[in-house]
Design a protein around this ligand. Structure first.
Ligand code: 13P
Length: 249
């Protein structure tokens, strides 16, 4: 059975004052029945790892470079993330694909390096509204999935997050049927590529305007193994009920 995963992506939000939210989150869920991951900005990684005290809360990065080291001003390597105590990294978020022209090939190269460094990768995929309206969603997701996911993937080091671009930060979410269609499709594709054993153990997250109010409905969808949460992960008071909904799913 896949262990469920509640992941928070803080994006470019949070200074040291936000560490109190991690303390509050751990207080609300001292012994969670699901895996917990928070990906704060890089400036908070070290302090966040300390705040997590080797407990069940995992800390992760939001990106890493495809190279192991070198002259790449402003970038962070997978090894550096591991060194600071991060256990995972988000890769290929649509905000990076759009803002930094990251391609699926770039994402695959980064994921390979992250796997070699011992990190779990949360690889993000998602269609735009124009692509959905043109009924191209499964073609887009299929191409992103096969190109972004490297052959180094296993059931332990690969998590895939389906994040429709139009649902991110918009308050709009796909219907449960729409989410289920994409998640079932991703599961079939992963089983075909990696075999049933690995394909069935990769966790598939949904992301895009997940809130305490809609979490239970989303977590009831087949092949949804958790969520990648943006805005509602910033405050423990919002994220804690989402975690509770996942524990009860
Ligand atoms: P929101 O939950 O704020 O819509 O963001 C989703 C997201 O992009 C997580 O990576």
């Amino acid at each position: 059975m896949r262990r469920k995963l509640a992941a928070g992506n803080w994006k470019m939000n949070g200074t040291s004052a936000a560490l109190g939210e991690l303390a509050a989150l751990q207080e609300a869920h001292p012994d969670p029945a699901v895996d917990l991951l928070i990906c704060p900005p890089a400036t908070l990684l070290s302090a966040a790892v300390q705040e997590a005290h080797n407990g069940p809360l995992m800390i992760g990065g939001q990106d890493c470079h495809e190279k192991t080291d070198g002259a790449h001003t402003g970038d962070i390597s997978a090894e550096m993330l591991r060194d600071v105590g991060a256990r995972a990294v988000i890769l290929g978020h649509s905000e990076r694909r759009a803002g930094y022209h990251e391609t699926s090939e770039d994402v695959r190269a980064k994921a390979r390096t992250a796997h070699a460094a011992g990190l779990m990768t949360v690889i993000c995929l998602g269609e735009s509204l124009i692509q959905r309206e043109a009924t191209n969603t499964l073609d887009i997701i299929g191409a992103q999935l096969s190109l972004s996911v490297p052959d180094t993937s296993t059931g332990e080091n690969l998590v895939v997050a389906y994040e429709p671009i139009w649902a991110i930060g918009s308050g709009q979410t796909p219907t449960p049927d729409q989410i289920g269609e994409v998640h079932d499709f991703m599961r079939t594709r992963l089983e075909r590529r990696f075999g049933a054993g690995v394909g069935r153990s990769v966790r598939l997250l949904y992301g895009g305007s997940v809130k305490p109010e809609n979490a239970a409905e989303i977590f009831a969808v087949s092949n949804v193994d958790g969520a990648l949460v943006g805005g509602a992960s910033l405050k423990a008071a919002d994220f804690a009920p989402i975690i509770r909904a996942l524990e009860n799913a």
